[in-house]
Design a protein around this ligand. Structure first.
Ligand code: NAD
Length: 247
């Protein structure tokens, strides 16, 4: 129960990696707040699952791309629990297409949801973390942000942007006792990758030394580690969780 007494905020928590992260922290005794964009029923179901672990849980409807909404979520958590120990910026979308066909709206939506959201929530948690002189910010990038990928220029730009942002923030906030790290998952079995054509899925698997995709729980574990006391002296790092794909 490493996280008993700690408060964790996860963006985009109702499914996939975010859901696995929320459950992993609840299993370790943390109070867990999570955001969701529109799926109220799923959010309510997750909230019940989390409280069944014997912890407090809160769901906030919030578009991660909206700055004011991020501030309201963080204020809501701090009002209720008085603190935020760990922020996981997980919310993300894809709008894939070759640059020839990629519209401005596809670019703007992906950059706003994946990258601006990380600015929004990091800025909002900075003060409550600074007051306590302790905090952990963990941002979910992707190996695509390191390697690039044809048909994902917008997504790759957003995920690479997260890395530059996080390293800068690590340098700014280290003296305040706040660490900022990035995880870069490879191919994870979630709704985001289920829609890919099976030939694309097969081609990805062929490039992964471990020859399989990750389960969301296998991303949650390393995130838990980065938030734990074992990772006290780690900041500004990018941890690839990809079965060896991007070594
Ligand atoms: P997913 O589509 O299952 O989950 C994404 C979550 O983000 C959903 O709960 C969704 O509602 C939420 N979300 C989307 N837009 C939002 C918004 N504007 N405001 C609030 N919430 C919003 O996908 P996932 O695979 O679980 O993705 C989680 C994160 O992991 C994303 O940042 C994604 O880019 C990243 N990632 C995924 C993979 C993969 O293979 N699945 C690989 C690398 C990185």
């Amino acid at each position: 129960m490493e996280f008993t007494g700690q408060c964790v905020l996860v963006t985009g928590g109702t499914r996939g990696i975010g859901r696995a992260v929320a459950k992993a922290f609840a299993n370790e005794g943390a109070s867990v707040a999570f955001t969701y964009r529109s799926s109220t029923d799923e959010a309510e179901a997750l909230r019940h699952e989390l409280t069944a672990c014997g912890v407090q849980a809160k769901a906030f409807q919030s578009d991660a791309a909206d700055f004011a909404s991020a501030e309201a979520v963080v204020a809501g958590v701090v009002d209720a629990w008085g603190r935020i120990d760990v922020l996981i910026n997980n919310a993300g979308i894809t709008r894939d297409g070759l640059i020839l066909r990629m519209g401005e709206a596809d670019w703007d939506a992906v950059l706003a949801t994946n990258l601006k959201s990380v600015f929004n929530f990091s800025k909002a948690v900075y003060r409550p973390m600074m007051v306590r002189r302790r905090g952990r910010i963990i941002n979910v990038s992707s190996v695509v942000g390191l390697m690039g990928n044809a048909g994902q220029a917008n997504y790759a730009a957003s995920k690479a942007g997260i890395i530059g942002f996080s390293k800068s923030l690590a340098k700014e906030l280290g003296r305040r006792g706040i660490t900022v790290n990035v995880v870069a998952p490879g191919y994870v079995l979630t709704d985001m990758t289920e829609v890919l054509h099976h030939t694309v899925q097969k081609a990805m698997l062929a490039q992964i030394p471990l020859r399989r995709a990750a389960k969301p729980e296998e991303i949650a574990g390393p995130i838990l580690f980065l938030a734990s006391s074992a990772a006290e002296y780690i900041t500004g790092q990018v941890l690839r969780i990809d079965g060896g794909l991007a070594m």
